[in-house]
Design a protein around this ligand. Structure first.
Ligand SMILES: NC(=O)c1ccc[n+]([C@@H]2O[C@H](COP(=O)([O-])OP(=O)(O)OC[C@H]3O[C@@H](n4cnc5c(N)ncnc54)[C@H](OP(=O)(O)O)[C@@H]3O)[C@@H](O)[C@H]2O)c1
Length: 339
């Protein structure tokens, strides 16, 4: 008999997410497997900003919000405990989308096998997973940087942003990373190779931040936006002719701002002046090209040419507070929770 622990999503948040919006439930689990099924034990949980978007009361890219009173959905790296599926044996590492629960019975067709000899299994939730796919296709298909161009990345020290910084450098661009705090900025320059880094928290308004971006870069050819808000207000007036703006995320707006959007400065005249383009991109649109990204990026990972830092929080009980920390915390790279 196995006791399955689950974080159940109970209440829709209005602003910041807290543990009040979840309930930890423990119950005995029926481990009887049907043909083709596998019993898995979750080892690592992905914690992602899209989880907060899914709790929005307004329509988003999904027709329906995350249903209440169900297990919080999310990506997981797990190990097989028992199997009635061909090719899966106890101890195998897999990736699944079984959410915030310690165990799950799942059909093998919903699993992706992981080989720890090829790359650390946690990379399936980071550099070789959804964040890597977002960074790679967002930059190469929407941003399309050329050597010598200026690429500005907001949220630059996070899971997606830290990869965009490095991918842009590999394209020969000059890269400015924008992140919160001096320590993150030092990391962007020293470990990731950003040409410049700015701590947006040191600026009280978009004009002052924009003046510093202008002083460092002269102007912006590609803006890879993960955060929106004041940072974006600062960057848009600085775009160069035929700039490309990639809207990957708007995390500054997720905790309440999706329901009641702030009205910022109207900046679209800059798009007109500079014949610029602005494009939203979603990782799920590139799911069918996952192997293409892995073929390119995995050799860099194996050769140690890409920094793919992971911040791992210990303990299944920490999941809701880990999600909250995406909006307030200090993590660098990909945020994971270890069971
Ligand atoms: N389009 C897609 O398919 C797709 C896929 C994955 C992720 N995304 C988006 O990409 C963005 C980054 O996701 P991620 O998984 O890589 O998360 P992450 O960057 O690892 O974590 C979130 C970071 O956002 C920053 N942040 C939080 N609140 C902020 C605010 N009010 N203003 C400015 N920065 C703020 C924090 O860094 P600081 O300490 O630097 O403030 C925090 O560490 C999110 O907006 C997410 O929704 C989009």
């Amino acid at each position: 008999m196995i006791t399955n622990k689950q974080w159940i999503y109970r209440r829709q948040p209005v602003g910041q997410i807290t543990t009040d919006h979840y309930e930890l439930v423990e119950q005995a689990m029926d481990t009887t497997l049907a043909d083709g099924e596998v019993l898995i034990a979750s080892r690592y949980f992905s914690v992602d900003p899209y989880m907060r978007i899914g709790q929005s009361s307004k329509p988003t890219y999904d027709a329906e919000a995350h249903p209440l009173n169900t297990v919080q959905q999310g990506g997981v790296v797990a190990q097989v405990l028992a199997s009635r599926a061909e090719g899966y044996v106890e101890g195998d590492w897999v990736q699944s989308y079984t959410g915030w629960q310690t165990h799950a019975r799942v059909h093998a067709s919903a699993l992706k096998r992981l080989d720890p000899a090829v790359a650390p299994v946690t990379t399936a939730l980071g550099v070789l997973g959804m964040p890597g796919r977002t960074a790679w296709f967002g930059l190469t298909e929407s941003g399309r940087p050329h050597a010598g161009e200026v690429v500005v990345v907001s949220g630059a020290a996070g899971a997606v942003g830290s990869l965009v910084v490095q991918f842009a450098k590999r394209h020969g661009a000059r890269v400015l990373g924008i992140a919160g705090g001096a320590a993150k900025c030092a990391w962007l320059r020293d470990a990731l190779g950003a040409d410049w880094a700015i701590d947006y928290k040191a600026f009280s308004n978009a004009d002052a931040l924009g003046a510093e971006i202008k002083r460092l870069t002269g102007g912006v050819d590609v803006y890879f936006d993960n955060v929106g808000g004041m940072v974006t207000d600062a960057v848009i007036p600085l775009i160069n002719r035929r700039a490309r703006i990639v809207i990957c995320g708007q995390i500054s707006q997720y905790s309440g701002g999706l329901e009641a959007p702030e009205l910022g400065p109207r900046l679209l005249h800059h798009m007109l002046y500079q014949r610029a383009t602005i494009q939203g991109m979603l990782a799920r649109d590139y799911l069918h090209r996952m192997d293409e990204m892995i073929r390119i990026v995995a050799p860099w990972v194996r050769a140690g040419e890409i920094v793919f830092e992971e911040t791992v929080i210990d303990g299944f009980e920490q999941l809701p507070s880990a999600l909250n920390s995406l909006f307030t915390g200090d993590h660098r790279g990909k945020l994971l929770v270890k069971a």
